[in-house]
Design a protein around this ligand. Structure first.
Ligand code: PGA
Length: 239
């Protein structure tokens, strides 16, 4: 794993340059995107670069990692809503080329069609990931099988607890989500994982220095050949 550290602003700008380089070389690239607080500065920088004419997403396609089960795109806590408002509205990507898993799939077989769609689009060129305090990537919680495709997950209480800040109360936080699987993520040609803050330091240490094991989903990224971690000094402080 390659590790890049700096201030939050510096590493967000460096990560943004990966998109500039990729899209210059391959304008029709397929981007795997993520929600959460971590990528917000990256997304703001991509919007700025796009407005400045330094990057264009006009031919790109995007596939997001996950979505809450039961929330549709008009719900202000849905990940479709997050993406529209924090990125898609501010860049020149065509709305029909943006994809977020449906929060209304009935079973895993239907959810896994997302993998087929990604494969039909040529596969993800650059997958963006955040990391949960428990090492989850997407909503792949600890012990998610290595060969998992896009599937329905029951969220752990720690994840619901971490995300309740966005809802009126814990009772409103959905209990399930749909997420790309570990296999789906590992299929990407290149992967960027971003993490900020002291609260992520412990899990970043396990991700980088621990044995790759399904109890720490992000540690499995050690088995991928092209992963770069973009960390602020706090997240990198135990390395
Ligand atoms: P965060 O979430 O970016 O809001 O810290 C990351 C995650 O849970 O994957």
């Amino acid at each position: 794993m390659k590790i890049i550290t700096g201030t939050r602003e510096e590493v967000s700008k460096k990560a943004a340059q990966r998109y500039v380089e990729l899209l210059a070389k391959k304008p029709e690239a397929v981007l795997g995107l993520a929600t959460g607080s971590t990528p917000l500065e990256l997304y703001a920088e991509l919007a700025r670069l796009c407005a400045a004419g330094e990057v264009s997403f006009a031919r790109a396609k995007s596939y997001n990692l996950d979505e809450y089960l039961g929330l549709d795109g008009s719900h202000d806590q849905s990940y479709r809503y997050f993406m529209d408002n924090n990125l898609f509205k501010h860049i020149d990507i065509r709305p029909e080329n943006t994809h977020v898993p449906s929060g209304f799939v009935k079973d895993d077989a239907e959810a896994a069609q997302y993998d087929a769609e990604i494969a039909a689009a040529g596969g993800v060129d650059l997958q963006l990931l955040g990391i949960g305090n428990n090492g989850h990537i997407g909503f792949n919680e600890p012990l998610t099988p290595y060969d998992s495709l896009t599937h329905i997950v029951k969220l752990t209480e720690s994840t619901r607890e971490a995300n309740k800040r966005f809802f009126k109360s814990i009772d409103e936080v959905p209990t399930h989500a749909v997420t790309m699987g570990i296999h789906t993520v590992m299929q990407a040609r290149s992967i960027i994982l971003m993490a900020f803050g002291r609260g992520k330091a412990e899990i970043i240490k396990k991700t980088v220095q621990g044995r790759p094991e399904i109890s720490v989903p992000a540690s499995l990224l050690q088995l991928h050949t092209d992963v770069t971690l973009y960390l602020d000094e706090d997240a990198a402080s135990l390395l």
